[in-house]
Write a protein that binds this ligand. Sequence first.
Ligand SMILES: [Zn+2]
Length: 310
Amino acid sequence: MKKYVFGVDVGGTAIKLGFFTVEGELLEKWEIPTRTQNNSENVLPDIAEAIENKLKEKGIDKEEVSGVGFGVPGPVTKEGIIQMNANLGWRNKHVAKELGELTGLPCKGGNDVKTAGLGEMWKGGAAEYDNAVFITLGTGVAAAIIVEGKVILGAMGAAGEIGHIKVNMEETNACGCGGIGCAEQYASGPGLVRMAKKKLEESDKASVLRDEEITAKTVFDAYKAGDELATEVVEAFGHYLGYSLAATAAVVDPEAFIIGGGVSKAGDFLIDNIQKKYVDKAFTQCKKTPIKLATLGNSAGIYGAAKMVL
Ligand SMILES: [Zn+2]
């Protein structure tokens, strides 16, 4: 009888690990550093060792463990193969198989955003829905599209790349993907900073941002203090994300949008702003779709990774 499962979220600087019951109760959560030197050759052995130690510490036999799920940035095939991960230096790496051999446990893996979406669907903000779109707003904009309880991967694993929906045909700067006018160029942390700097350059409007280092946080703080220029920036953020969400709604018609990721920590005012802008642009039948904050924070990834195995 399997009683436990591990969920692992592999980030660029830290690896989060979660030890769960199969019912989804998080018993313990901890972190180890991501040792990226020599093409991250230590990462999988480090994870295996952390799991081994945890089982020893708890006096639990491997027979009682369902397996290990993991999430990593970038595309991951259904078989758990990473074709190319620039941050970790992995190429054609069969992560699920290698980690399985190291741990002696069944392993399954997926893209970190899709894994986090699965976590929110299991125990978080999307738990009451069969059809939802989980969006992370951070250094980029990406989504997990959940249709009838399943996270959609797509033919290339690129389903949910809603940060690269074109939302501004007048843009002249290129996005990281090579396209021009992508939602991510406005509705991410770097996008917010870019827009604020541009506005400061183009106008001579007074703003507290003129005397500060421009970060997503200082822009949001200035907005909350009623700064006019910061307000324009935050409105533009909602405006462009609104287009992307409206386009997404027209394709999958979700019951709700669930917003997570570092930028979402700004709070409820951001959600209100996005909701207003979304309503302007959405197809009539989709205007009432609620937009809500995710609830698992940075644990969404380990929850989803664990669920993937179950
Ligand atoms: Zn793009």
